[in-house]
Design a protein. Structure first.
Lengths: 184, 101
């Protein structure tokens, strides 16, 4: 009976449901980030959003990028942001409430910002549905895109690859130099 | 197949929310998070269009480089934020309004 069920499954429908689920995770995390007051909860909702985007990358056939999204954004950037939150936690505000990790921050001119964002979104929607995309290429993602990315990095993009390596090294050294404590 | 308009609408939503986060929040780290959201929205667009270009994958290459630049940006910004916190003992951007005493 279970095999029967598996055979009759409509895979495109399942794909669309999974896509919708990832989209809801992504947008929901972003909306929570916008409306929450707690800084730590904002960081965790950013985690949800980044994971959702990694899922959407898989649906667009970018498997390598989905993994690097998780490794770079979730494993690197988000951890850095949480470190930043923890290191810049002002003790004076904390004595008033007993929850140690409750770091709250207010908003300013929220009405105008949300209004501008909504207008921008409506403008984007108008452009997206007015533009009539005629996609020329064929959509293939049976195979992994990893091999093609590797070949690209070593041939067409070799200069950009080397430059971005130097750039990252310079940025990291600069960050360490800026952040170090000055001895008086 | 998932139509490209779905990706574009999600990406537009993410970009608008990122803009609102970057403008409304008062904490410097939360503003960085808004900028990350906007960068991710752009990445999603590039990947969505790149699936129709499977032989060259130019969009995906672009996204790879954007990710590296975002990582570098966040490290330098956090270093600056730590310095600001050392000086002002506060990260509220409304209070940080003097360059040097």
């Amino acid at each position: 009976m279970f095999d029967e069920l598996l055979k009759n499954l409509d895979y495109t429908l399942i794909k669309q449901i999974a896509f919708a689920a990832f989209a809801v995770i992504t947008v929901g995390g972003a909306l929570y980030l916008l409306f929450t007051k707690s800084v730590l909860y904002a960081a965790y909702s950013l985690l949800l959003t980044l994971l959702g985007i990694a899922g959407l990358f898989v649906f667009a056939g970018a498997d390598f990028l989905a993994v690097s999204q998780i490794m770079i954004y979730v494993g690197g950037i988000l951890i850095l942001l949480i470190f930043g939150i923890m290191l810049t936690n002002n003790k004076n505000f904390q004595r008033t409430n007993l929850q140690t990790n409750k770091i709250e921050v207010g908003h300013h001119n929220r009405f105008w910002a949300v209004l501008v964002a909504v207008l921008l979104f409506l403008g984007f929607l108008k452009i997206i549905f007015a533009a009539n995309f005629h996609i020329v290429g064929k959509q293939i993602h049976n195979s992994s895109s990893l091999q093609q990315i590797g070949i690209n990095l070593m041939t067409d993009y070799i200069f950009a690859f080397e430059v971005i390596g130097i750039f990252l090294l310079a940025a990291l050294i600069g960050a360490v130099y800026i952040a170090k404590k000055e001895k008086v | 197949m998932i139509a490209i308009q779905n990706y574009l609408v999600i990406s537009a939503l993410l970009f608008s929310i990122g803009l609102a986060v970057a403008v409304t929040k008062r904490n410097a780290i939360l503003i960085l998070m808004g900028i990350e959201l906007m960068l991710n929205a752009v990445n999603l667009n590039l990947v969505a269009f790149s699936q129709y270009d499977p032989n060259r994958l130019q969009g995906q290459m672009f996204v790879l480089f954007i990710m590296v630049v975002a990582a570098a940006e966040v490290t330098v910004a956090l270093a600056i934020i730590l310095k600001l916190y050392d000086y002002f003992k506060n990260l509220d951007l409304d209070e940080i309004n003097s360059l040097k005493k």
